[in-house]
Write a protein of this length. Sequence first.
Length: 308
Amino acid sequence: MPSTTSTVTHIQGQAEWVPTRDGRKLYAMVLAGPRGGTGSDAGTGADSDVPTVVFEAGAAATRSSWALVQPTVGTWTRAIVYDRAGLGRSPADPASRTMRRMADDLQDLLDHFGPGPYVLVGHSAGGPLVRLAAAGRLDRIRGLVLVDPTDEGADLLFGPLFRRAERTSIAINLLLARLQLLGLVHRSAAAPLPEDARRDMQRDGFTADLIKTQRAQARTFLDELATFRNTPPELGDIPITLISGALPGNGMTKSTRHAANDSHARSAAKSAQGKHVVAPRSGHYVPLTDPELIAEEIRLIAVGAHRS
């Protein structure tokens, strides 16, 4: 599908529609970086070994959640954000939103933008998604940066209390969205963003349709994540950095924060080139509060300076 061009420069780059294997489309925004170009013809020059960076947002987040990280990365390489089906500007998927289907969509996006190499960056529920997608085509993956990821090593995710809390939160947010109050309640998420990205988030980041998609994802997500405990995605020896928030809040108590960070540290230790980093100013929303740290960890993997 052809790119959408605009005379207005957006902090997150040029809009581009990405086709999926079954004829749907995903909305992406591309910062071309020094090499220039957006689609599969980009990055074929002398420095084409510099990886393209693709960002995957959290469960109910849009591309705008990366607006403090992507522009920094875009100064030295192509940096791509997108909306999963049913989030932001991407049309809803009529099929079940399983983790496998979401990972397949990400694979289609990578196919669209060329042979790679890629660094994949996933926040929260986006962490397992980029792991699953990466495992399908390790040959084109330079490394992963997992930002406060949902991790199968955290036992509390699989108990009835967490699942009940998740269902309650989704129901409340759906009601708030229908009353057009969700953006007001969560205005702190948009406040630090550049003006154009903030407008985008306020317009399409707090809708009832978005929360319905979150609900559809949640139907199978934790059950699928539980299978990772015995059969995790095979990631070989690629560099993997896990970034944990240091602070409670955003729905996490001190004890749940401690449990999450312990699971991140264990997961990093299991990886051949795993690295665990703690974001000192952050709770769960590290892309909003420690964006420079994320950008630097991406750069270290991209230039081969990652150290476990």
